[in-house]
Design a protein around this ligand. Structure first.
Ligand SMILES: Cc1cc2nc3c(=O)[nH]c(=O)nc-3n(C[C@H](O)[C@H](O)[C@H](O)COP(=O)(O)OP(=O)(O)OC[C@H]3O[C@@H](n4cnc5c(N)ncnc54)[C@H](O)[C@@H]3O)c2cc1C
Length: 435
């Protein structure tokens, strides 16, 4: 049997000493918010958040702010989180990786118990979580925020070993640095091939932002080189804005083969950097292969994923439609048109904290509007954006206001203003998540 986690034992002991009544009740079922748990008035409910990224970190902090009596635990294996937004700038040599990195000290100082372990097992009946070090901890409510995993079974030839040769750089960190090093080592005149999957995927426009910023690097350092995007989609977000920017800034450098033109990648051969489509083989000097994706593996272990690989939820409470007392936020969940972005994960993290605190207190959950800003930088001082507002409607997230996209014909001053707005957005969202 797994041992209780030592930090949790200490917390329990402290609580035993300071509280008269420590009877633990059974938390209300995921959607039965009208029946508060009778023991909640007397003992602290235990909420565990798995995953300390944009969604999970924001959720854990918000839970403590909303109800300081809650015992909030954040389970995250990495002592330092490496953020994806702006990681395309790291790949292009415009920024260093440490500008992407954030620790958990401030979150711990706010009273969240931070456990630097991966969750490896979840028993929804016993409401326990098994950790990689063999210890376990219990929960009344569990929030899953594990982000994505790459589907190494979905693209023949592409596995973890292949990712060392053909980096995806779709989880920031070592992969980001690897792709940058490969670009730096490439001879002038080489072709960088980017293989983009069909949706749903994490941050769809980031593929085209990446192509733009790699073009910026190549134009400055290896001007005879080119970029080829092999795309399993016909259309992509903010397409006209990207394509106009490519004509203006990088004429003749970026070519894209769409789905209907034969761009869907069917397999890869890492030994030769070859990418295979139905219509031909392409060999890149550098190959950036972004495979299909799914919810982080722990969501599957919990039984919270369906056959799409993502987690269906009730968007009012983030309650899993498949497992009681489990909520899912961020990239891992699926529920309508809200994009898989750091903006959305952060907004969902805070809204989920409100919903979980309401469920525990027996209050009906609110239906807040979630802001979702998406900035794309195509060169230093040149960005555009899409701003959406989302809300639960008929069991799914839907746009509650028309999505606002930057105008296609805009002066460079507006692009420059949006580039600094993007920097401010990053500053705000990372402080919001990590303190
Ligand atoms: C190149 C790129 C550029 C992007 N740019 C933008 C942008 O400009 N704007 C924007 O809004 N979004 C952007 N995104 C998307 C954004 O990064 C994600 O949507 C966001 O990180 C999702 O947040 P999350 O909390 O769901 O997952 P993450 O932020 O990925 O956090 C998941 C966390 O869960 C942890 N975890 C996983 N499994 C376990 C486990 N078993 N036990 C414990 N912990 C676990 C992981 O270690 C990780 O820390 C970009 C993405 C990419 C790839």
């Amino acid at each position: 049997m797994a041992a209780a986690h030592p930090r949790i034992m200490l917390m329990d002991a402290l609580r035993l000493m300071t509280r008269r009544n420590v009877v633990r009740g059974i938390a209300a079922a995921a959607t039965s918010f009208t029946f508060p748990c009778p023991s909640r008035a007397q003992s602290a409910a235990r909420v565990v958040v798995i995953g300390g990224g944009f969604g999970g970190a924001a959720c854990a902090r918000a839970l403590r702010r909303i109800d300081p009596k809650l015992q909030v635990t954040l389970v995250e294996p990495n002592k330092v989180f490496t953020a994806c937004p702006f990681s395309n700038e790291v790949i292009a040599g415009l920024r260093e990786i440490d500008a992407q990195q954030f620790g958990y000290d401030k979150i711990a100082a706010e009273g969240v118990i931070v456990i630097a372990q991966a969750a490896v097992k979840i028993d929804p009946k016993a409401r326990t979580i098994g950790l990689a070090d063999g210890t376990s901890l219990g929960y009344d409510r569990l929030v899953l925020a594990p982000g994505i995993d790459l589907r190494f079974d979905a693209l023949p030839g592409y596995d973890e070993a292949a990712a060392a040769q053909m980096p995806h750089a779709w989880k920031a960190g070592e992969q980001t640095i690897l792709l940058r090093k490969k670009l730096e080592a490439m001879d002038d005149g080489g072709v960088v091939v980017i293989a983009a999957p069909a949706g749903p995927l994490r941050c769809p426009p980031a593929v085209y932002e990446r192509a733009s910023l790699i073009a910026y690097y190549l134009k400055a350092k290896k001007a005879r080189s080119k970029i080829l995007i092999l795309d399993a989609k016909d259309a992509f977000p903010q397409q006209r804005l990207f394509e106009n920017a490519w004509k203006e800034l990088y004429p003749g450098m970026i070519e894209r083969v769409s789905l209907s033109q034969g761009g869907r990648v069917t397999s890869v051969e890492p030994a030769t950097n070859t990418i295979v489509t139905d219509f031909g083989n392409y060999t890149g000097a550098v190959a950036n292969v972004i495979p299909p994706q799914k919810a982080g593996r722990i969501a599957e272990i919990a039984g919270a994923t369906d056959n799409t690989g993502w987690c269906p939820i009730d968007p009012m409470t983030y309650a899993s439609k498949l497992v009681p007392n489990i909520h899912v936020i961020g990239d891992a969940c699926f529920g309508g048109t809200i994009p898989k972005s750091a903006s959305a994960a952060n907004a969902q993290g805070k809204a989920c904290a409100e919903a979980v605190a309401s469920l525990i207190a027996g209050r009906p959950p609110a239906n807040p509007k979630l802001p979702g800003a998406c900035y794309n930088t195509v060169a230093p001082g040149y960005a555009f954006s899409q701003q959406g507002v989302y809300q639960a409607r008929d069991g799914l997230f839907a746009e509650s206001e028309a999505v606002a996209t930057s105008p296609v014909d805009a002066p460079r001053e507006l692009r420059a203003r949006e580039a600094s707005a993007a920097q401010n957005w990053y500053q705000t969202i990372t402080v919001d998540a990590f303190g």
